[in-house]
Design a protein around this ligand. Structure first.
Ligand SMILES: N[C@@H](CCC(=O)N[C@@H](CS)C(=O)NCC(=O)O)C(=O)O
Length: 191
C-alpha cells in the first residue's frame, strides 16, 4: 500500500493525502513528529522529509510531483484533463494561484509579509473563478483545487481567511469544506 510520510500539520503533506483520497486509492499516513512514530518513518523517511511518498521501495518528494505521480500511476478519476491545452491551463493555475497561496502566517518568518502575499493569492483565486466555474478544475475538483485547499484551511486557522468581498473565492472555499476528502484527511491537530 502507498505510504505517505510527513509532519502532522504540514499542508504540503495534506495535499498528498487529499490527492490520494480524491483519487480513491488506499494509503497509510505515517507522521514522524509523534510520540511513538511507526518504525517505517525512520526506515523509509530517514531525513524526515514532509511530504515523502513511499511506493513499494520508490521514494518521492515534492507535493506537486507526488500528486501528479499518484494521478498518473493509478486508476480512478483523472485529476488533470486529458487534452494538452486544458492540461496546460490547469498547470498554469497551479504555478500561479496555488504557488502564491503556499504560505501560512504561523509558519512564515515575517507574518505581515505572509498576510500581504496571502491577500494577493486570495484575489488571484477569486479572479480565476470569475467565469462562474465551481472549481478551479471546472465542474469537478482537479489538482489545482487540491493543491490550494490545505493552505486555505491553515490560513483560516491563523486568522487570514478569505475576505467576504471576494465572493467567488468564499463560495469556492465553503464548497471545499463540504468535501468528505478534505474532512477525512484533515490533520488531527486541526480537528
Ligand atoms: N516544496 C515542498 C515544500 C515542503 C515543505 O516545505 N515542507 C515543510 C514542512 S510543512 C518542511 O519540510 N520544512 C522543513 C522542516 O520542517 O524541517 C513540497 O511541495 O513538498
Amino acid at each position: 500500500m502507498l505510504e505517505i510520510h510527513g509532519k502532522q500539520e504540514c499542508p504540503f503533506a495534506w495535499r498528498v493525502r487529499l490527492t490520494a483520497r480524491e483519487k480513491g486509492i488506499a494509503f497509510e499516513w505515517i507522521p514522524h513528529d509523534v510520540g511513538s512514530p511507526d518504525p517505517r518513518a525512520s526506515q523509509h523517511n530517514p531525513q524526515q522529509r514532509s511530504p515523502l511518498l513511499w511506493d513499494e521501495g520508490f521514494p518521492l518528494v515534492e507535493s506537486l510531483v507526488i500528486a501528479q505521480y499518484i494521478d498518473e500511476s493509478r486508476e480512478g478519476r483523472a485529476l488533470l484533463p486529458g487534452r494538452a491545452k486544458e492540461r496546460a491551463r490547469m498547470r498554469e493555475v497551479i504555478a500561479t494561484v496555488a504557488a502564491k497561496l503556499e504560505i501560512t502566517p504561523s509558519h512564515a518568518r515575517d507574518a505581515n509579509a505572509a498576510r500581504r502575499r496571502i491577500g494577493e493569492g486570495h484575489a488571484m483565486l477569486d479572479a480565476a473563478l470569475s467565469d462562474g466555474r465551481a472549481w478551479l478544475g471546472g465542474d469537478a475538483p482537479m489538482l489545482p483545487d487540491l493543491m490550494v485547499w490545505p493552505f486555505l484551511a491553515l490560513q483560516e486557522r491563523d486568522g487570514a481567511a478569505i475576505p467576504a468581498h471576494l465572493q467567488r473565492a468564499c463560495a469556492f472555499w465553503a464548497r471545499a469544506k463540504e468535501r468528505d476528502s478534505l474532512r477525512e484527511t484533515r490533520p488531527r491537530t486541526l480537528a
